[in-house]
Write a protein that binds this ligand. Sequence first.
Ligand SMILES: Nc1ncnc2c1ncn2[C@@H]1O[C@H](COP(=O)(O)OP(=O)(O)OP(=O)(O)O)[C@@H](O)[C@H]1O
Length: 259
Amino acid sequence: MSSEVLSITGLTKSYGSKEVLKGIDLKVDRGEIIGYIGPNGAGKSTTVKLMLGLEEGYSGKIEIFGEDIAKQGESYKRRIGYIPETSEMYDSLTAQEYLTFVAELYGMDYDDADRKAKQLFDVFGLAEVYQSRISSFSKGMRQKTLIVSSFLHNPDLLFLDEPLTGLDANSVMVFKEILAMFAGEGKTIFYSSHIMDVVEKISNRIVLLHGGHIVANGSFEELKSQSQEGSLENIFNQMTGFHEHQDRASEFVSIVKEG
Ligand SMILES: Nc1ncnc2c1ncn2[C@@H]1O[C@H](COP(=O)(O)OP(=O)(O)OP(=O)(O)O)[C@@H](O)[C@H]1O
């Protein structure tokens, strides 16, 4: 069996006259944690949505689990988990209703999904609110619900967009450990985030998207040796040509003070 889980070749995508992706090539193997980074608006979410089949109208080729997604049916999606950047969770549902509903979409049996979701909720210390409405949840509780919904069907490939949003420091530690263990089981994780120190620590490989192209692709050590910068934050600033943070901050503060 090939160890390649994901292969993107010559991927381009435009919205109207705006070309967001200008030819992306990327290969990802089983068990890798890919840190997918880039400035706001670079096209990270667009890439992920294309791979999930949520967005159409691209050129190039996207192969997942060895097959072209344009040619295969929906079945590959059952092996994928997804934490979106912004989520429209159904507020009027309870966590139990929401999680069993999502799990059934992934082909799980109701009773299995219910039992497993309840156990996972318990791990996050949320057993007592399993039957409460999502509308009553805090930001972190909602994020934990999304995390549980994306892992419930034991996916082989996970797309995580800013998954730590709202999690407290203890939960962050648990979640980072979960990711490492999951990758150790041969699962593949595509991790999109702006929190550079977390990306630096958890990723086996970092892919930086800028100006419609992949401008860096390697382990943190490799990127560091190429750029002679210390942290991933500095490497990011250097590779995206951004050196004005102090000027921008001074300008902002002086405008605020003026009025
Ligand atoms: N449905 C759409 N219609 C028109 N333009 C879009 C659409 N979706 C995304 N775009 C544009 O494509 C570009 C890339 O957006 P995308 O959300 O992929 O960026 P991103 O790298 O995920 O950014 P961020 O870090 O801010 O989340 C942006 O300029 C955005 O305005």
